[in-house]
Structure formats: structure tokens, C-alpha cells
Design a protein around this ligand. Structure first.
Ligand code: BDR
Ligand code: CA
Length: 313
């Protein structure tokens, strides 16, 4: 039976690719709902973008819930400098028509996790952790019912991408990340240390474009846009596909390597707010709360992505 997942996202081109990868694998993953959060762009845009991606995949039937429009404590941080003003620059999507469910995303998470059998739902978080943290605060009883949270978050060896010390999803709401990391829920973390290894090089994008379907064209277009930032800023041969690694891990865990270690987040320092501190060498005896992934077969990742995207409209 396919594994039930809820995707919590702030699209973002790489979020869009992650959603498409999950939707292209119904034999392995059952996307039972999508919850949207403010992040790369403000909530009104991330909601619209998530609707566009679901419609592109022909999955307007999946319930989509808008979550939090701002972080728990601090002012919103966005990343238009990477993703463009719409968050999905690079492909001209039609205006979406599918509905947004009336229930708030936080309440949806609580309801589903309370209703479904304990241990049956995996949360895939691709953006700031605001919705999940607030659900855990409002209804702590859901924590032991979550099978696992697989999150794109944090960095240790690659340091930061929004400040010198912090990765975007954690920096955008470090208090929320702190709540989730302390929740006791099993966590698998995809940090920049891993995602920086899966670059959307020209030959990889050409292969995706050559699929010839709507999804392949959209992905090649979006990533051709988002790679311009990484080429100019870092001199890389493409954009790191951060968020799709969350889904790829669920589809092909044998392509990944990591360690189960303690990870904490800095919430007090003005200089290093949002930095994750990963105890890679197990210097402390603190609880090992995170399966921290650091290695990936990048060629295998792009083969998987290309093969799966070919199954979409
Ligand atoms: C993360 O930040 C966002 O810009 C991306 O969508 C990804 O989730 C990478 O730091
Ligand atoms: Ca994201």
C-alpha cells in the first residue's frame, strides 16, 4: 500500500518539482493533502502556486489548505531574489481554478493526524515549519501519532544560504523549527549539505525537457529560471534541487546516506539566528533526534526524477 503523506510547502520552483515528483509516484506515495505556508513568497502567492502545480499534474482533487501567513514570532522573510516575484518564474501557468479548502492548514493537520490511524501519516515539509509547530503546540497529542517528519531544513558543513549561518527554511521561523526538533517525532532532515550536491545542470534539464510532456516542459522552464541565481551567485552549473530530495528519500532511500544524531537550532543570537547545530561527531550525549542525511547519488536522483516526471501529463 502506498505511504500516506501530507506535503507542507511554500512554492518555490524546487517545491513545485518536489510536489510533481510525489504526484508522479502514486504507487509508492499517496498525497492525501497539501498545506501551504508563507515562505519563499507571501502566502497568497504560495497558495496560488500550489494550486497551479496540482492542476498541472491533473490532481485538483487533492485537498489544499492555506496555513500560516507569517512566522510565529519574527517578521516574514521571503526569497524573491532566488525564485522571482511570483515564486514560480520560468513557466507560464494558467490561472488556477481549483478550490482552497475553508479549514485552516494547522487545524487540518490536527484533524487528519487525530482521525487517521496512529503512525500512518508522514509529513513532508518543504518550507518554514510554522504550520507543523503550531499544530504540535495546539494539539500535543498528535506528536506520537506522526509516523515521521521528512524536512528540507538546516545546514552544518555548507553553512547558510540566507545568512552566513542559517538555511532559509529554518531562518524564516527558527522558533517553529525548535518546537519541531524538540517534539520527539522521528525526523529525517535534508540539509544544504546534501541538496547542494544535486545541481540542475544543462544536460539534466535537457533530458527533462526532452520527455516532451507538460510537466517536463514546466520543470525545465522553472529550473532554467532558478538556476540563474545560483550560476551568478555561486558559479555553480545549475540550481540545487533542495525540496525534491525530501520526496526522493521516500522513493529511493538506498540513494542516500547519513547518521542519526542530535540537532538543535539557535533562536537567541542576533548573529547566528536560525543556525542548526548538528552534532555530527556525537560530541554530546544529547538525544539523537534527527536522521541527518548528508550523501546522495546525484546521477541516480536525476534518473529517478526524469523517469517519474515522464508519467505525468
Ligand atoms: C529552501 O529554501 C527555499 O528557498 C527552497 O524552496 C528550499 O525549501 C532551501 O534553503
Ligand atoms: Ca521550499
Amino acid at each position: 500500500m502506498a505511504r500516506k503523506i501530507i506535503i507542507d510547502t511554500d512554492p518555490g520552483q524546487d517545491d513545485a518539482v518536489a510536489m510533481l515528483l510525489a504526484l508522479a509516484a502514486p504507487d509508492v506515495l499517496d498525497v492525501i493533502g497539501v498545506v501551504v505556508v508563507a515562505g519563499n513568497v507571501p502566502l497568497a502567492r504560495t497558495v496560488g502556486n500550489a494550486r497551479k502545480v496540482l492542476e498541472l499534474a491533473g490532481r485538483a482533487d487533492i485537498p489544499l489548505h492555506a496555513g500560516c501567513s507569517r512566522p510565529t514570532r519574527r517578521a516574514p522573510v521571503t526569497a524573491e531574489h532566488v525564485h522571482g516575484p511570483t515564486g514560480l518564474d520560468g513557466h507560464a501557468f494558467p490561472e488556477p481554478t481549483m478550490p482552497v479548502q475553508p479549514q485552516h492548514g494547522v487545524d487540518y493537520l490536527i484533524e487528519v493526524l487525530t482521525r487517521e490511524p496512529a503512525g500512518s501519516i508522514t509529513l513532508c515539509t518543504l518550507g518554514p515549519l510554522t504550520n507543523v509547530a503550531l499544530a504540535l503546540v495546539k494539539a500535543p497529542s498528535i506528536a506520537p501519532r506522526i509516523r515521521e517528519i521528512v524536512m528540507m531544513a538546516g545546514a552544518e558543513f555548507e553553512v547558510g544560504n540566507i545568512t552566513p549561518a542559517a538555511e532559509f527554511n529554518v531562518y524564516a521561523d527558527a522558533e517553529a523549527a525548535d518546537v519541531v526538533l524538540r517534539s520527539g517525532v522521528p525526523i529525517t532532515m535534508i540539509p544544504l549539505d546534501l541538496s547542494h550536491q544535486v545541481l540542475s545542470t544543462r544536460d539534466r534539464l535537457d533530458r527533462i525537457a526532452a520527455i516532451g510532456n507538460r510537466a517536463g516542459g514546466a520543470v525545465a522552464g522553472m529550473l532554467s529560471f532558478s538556476e540563474t541565481f545560483d550560476r551568478q551567485k555561486y558559479g555553480w552549473n545549475g540550481a540545487p534541487l533542495h525540496d525534491p530530495c525530501v520526496i526522493a528519500w521516500l522513493l529511493a532511500p538506498e540513494m542516500f546516506g547519513g547518521r542519526t544524531i542530535n540537532v538543535r537550532v539557535e533562536t537567541a543570537s542576533a548573529l547566528t539566528y536560525g543556525a542548526t547545530v548538528a552534532d555530527w561527531w556525537q560530541i554530546t550525549d544529547l538525544p539523537r533526534n534527527v536522521h541527518y542525511l548528508r550523501d546522495v547519488d546525484a546521477a541516480g536522483f536525476y534518473d529517478l526524477l526524469t523517469q517519474r516526471l515522464a508519467r505525468l501529463p
